[in-house]
Design a binder for this molecule. Structure first.
Ligand code: EPU
Length: 341
């Protein structure tokens, strides 16, 4: 296994910050993962298991070993119930995988088109968009348990999927390295069109035909491209903050004052608020600190506009949080994982 030193991390995370990894190794076969634990550079306290780098923020140079999970492969098995179990290795690129499922006639993931990152990262924050969360389609996650040094299969219940959250972001963080994910997908297409403009854009693309999965995927791509910056062009980590969930009383008070505030009642009685709207109302679209800025088309996204440093991003995020707290009394929690370096 080849270890490289002082590796430029710019191509390996979507925010494109000028940071380096002290040591770097590429994993192209999950079965060889245990060998990493024997490397002199390996320290369980500082190792970073990295996928596409679309949901991490480096606070500076990374002092530990970075392991790039790059192993690929997709296998499918028909199930007795007519659905299909599809297992994808962690290093598969998420969007390419979604396109592959749609082309094969395996349905469920089309609303999650164009989300940056890898298959292995998808369960960590339970990626979600346009009314679908990936956890709804995950049957199990195959992991390496660093504590017991065994490969284990965790079923969906054990993964504890919640809004932008899972076991892997909580107490399982640092313990379970995701090696592969098994999805159970439909073979009969049932479009999920309830969110925002998806139904209208998909109908426009279908142009009179019955809406198919490829139309929904194309609609989601079109909507995302209209507001979300392409990380290859403008560094970013997608939504920078989670949409805050507040109690019913707080939501009622805010809505009395701001009737147009987009809000989504939750099953437990609490209410999710659109953080992008709150930031936008503070007049922060385009607001910059150094080279980091609030995206001018979607205020929930912070971008690397011009050679931003990690410090610029941190200062910008703090300003946004302070302004929203002042204006609305709502605390915003960052969505990506901040890595103290
Ligand atoms: N809004 C504004 N101004 C803005 C941004 C949003 O007024 O600058 C309003 C919109 O008009 C809309 C509402 O806020 O009424 C919600 O906006 P949008 O539909 O764009 O979705 P979001 O809540 O901002 C969430 C996810 C996105 C996901 C979209 C679509 C989170 C943290 N973000 O964003 O996920 O693509 O819904 O489902 O839940 C990501 O996680 O990286 C991500 C991009």
């Amino acid at each position: 296994m080849q270890v490289e030193y002082r590796v430029d991390l710019r191509p390996h995370h979507t925010f494109g910050l000028p940071v380096h990894a002290a040591a770097w190794v590429e994993l192209t076969d999950a079965a060889r993962l245990p060998e990493i634990l024997a490397l002199p550079e390996y320290d369980p306290a500082t190792v970073l298991w990295l996928g596409g780098g679309s949901n991490v923020l480096f606070g500076g140079d990374y002092a530990g070993l970075v392991v790039h999970l790059a192993h690929k492969g997709i296998a499918a098995e028909a199930r007795a119930d007519g659905r299909v179990a599809v297992t994808a290795q962690a290093g598969e690129i998420w969007h390419d995988f979604v396109q592959h499922t749609v082309a094969q006639g395996w349905y469920g993931l089309e609303n999650l088109s164009l989300i940056p990152g890898t298959v292995g990262a998808a369960p960590v924050q339970n990626i979600g968009a346009y009314g679908v969360e990936v956890g709804e389609y995950i049957a199990s996650v195959y992991c390496f348990d660093v504590d017991t040094q065994q490969f284990v299969t965790l079923d969906a219940a054990a993964c504890r999927f919640a809004y932008r959250d899972s076991l892997f972001k909580q107490e399982g963080r640092g313990r379970y390295v995701i090696c592969a994910v098994t999805f159970v997908l439909d073979t009969v297409f049932a479009p999920r069109l309830a969110y925002g403009d998806v139904a209208a854009v998909a109908a426009e693309i279908a142009a009179g035909r019955a809406i198919g999965a490829a139309d929904v995927a194309a609609a989601v791509c079109r909507i995302r491209q209209s507001k979300l910056p392409d990380p290859k062009v403008l560094g970013n980590a997608g939504s920078f903050f989670k949409n805050p969930v507040v109690d019913a009383e707080t939501a009622a008070a805010l809505l009395a004052q701001h009737p147009t505030l987009p809000h989504y009642p939750q099953a437990d009685g609490r209410v999710k608020l659109a953080a992008g709207w709150l930031i936008d109302q503070c007049g922060l679209k385009g607001f910059a600190v150094g080279g980091a800025a609030v995206h001018d088309k979607q205020a929930l996204v912070l971008v690397n506009r011009d050679h931003a440093s990690a410090a610029d991003v941190r200062a910008l995020a703090q300003t946004v949080q302070a302004r929203v707290a002042e204006g609305f009394g709502v605390a915003l929690e960052p969505e990506p994982v901040w890595l103290a370096c």
